[in-house]
Design a protein around this ligand. Structure first.
Ligand code: FES
Length: 161
């Protein structure tokens, strides 16, 4: 009788040990998955990846459209399109397009940029950075992982559309 009681007690503690170990393993596995998702590079779907801006026909010639998800403005000129990063090249403030002024106007220290990002005034040392654009079957895709700095706007910064 006494031997049987010991066996039962041992079995229960083994079960608890296995359950405890299993629970811990599950917690560590979940933490590892969360960590991997956190450090995985962003490849699509948000800023830092490839962003779908819209159909090229949706963007009128001589218009500026803000693409919130990509933190850029899609500027369409008569020559094509350019995706301008909203980050001011002075100290990094978000620069809005001011329709009434017909220019980008940084609210922080007053830098001004034209429709292709060239500096018109203020302390900004260079034009707004731009992102590569690919137009596939009329869809405009912008790769926000690669901002390009430039000393001055050049015609080749425009993607033909
Ligand atoms: S951050 Fe834009 S002018 Fe200073």
């Amino acid at each position: 009788m006494s031997e049987q009681k010991t066996k039962k007690s041992l079995s229960r503690s083994q079960f608890l040990g296995i359950a405890w170990g299993g629970s811990l393993s599950l917690v560590f596995a979940q933490a590892a998955v969360a960590l991997l998702k956190f450090i995985e590079p962003v490849s699509s779907g948000g800023f830092g990846g490839s962003i779908y801006a819209g159909l090229i026909d949706e963007f009128a010639i001589n218009s500026i459209n803000r693409i919130l998800a990509g933190r850029f403005f899609l500027s369409r000129t008569e020559d094509g399109v350019i995706a301008l990063w909203q980050k001011c090249t002075h100290l990094g403030c978000a620069v809005p397009w001011v329709e009434e002024e017909g220019q980008f106007h940084c609210p922080c220290h007053g830098s001004l940029f034209n429709e292709v990002g060239d500096v018109l005034g203020g302390p900004a040392p260079r034009p707004l950075d731009f992102f590569p654009i690919e137009i596939k079957s009329g869809e405009v895709w912008v790769d926000t992982s690669q901002p390009t700095e430039r000393a001055k706007h050049q015609p080749e910064h425009i993607t033909g559309a």
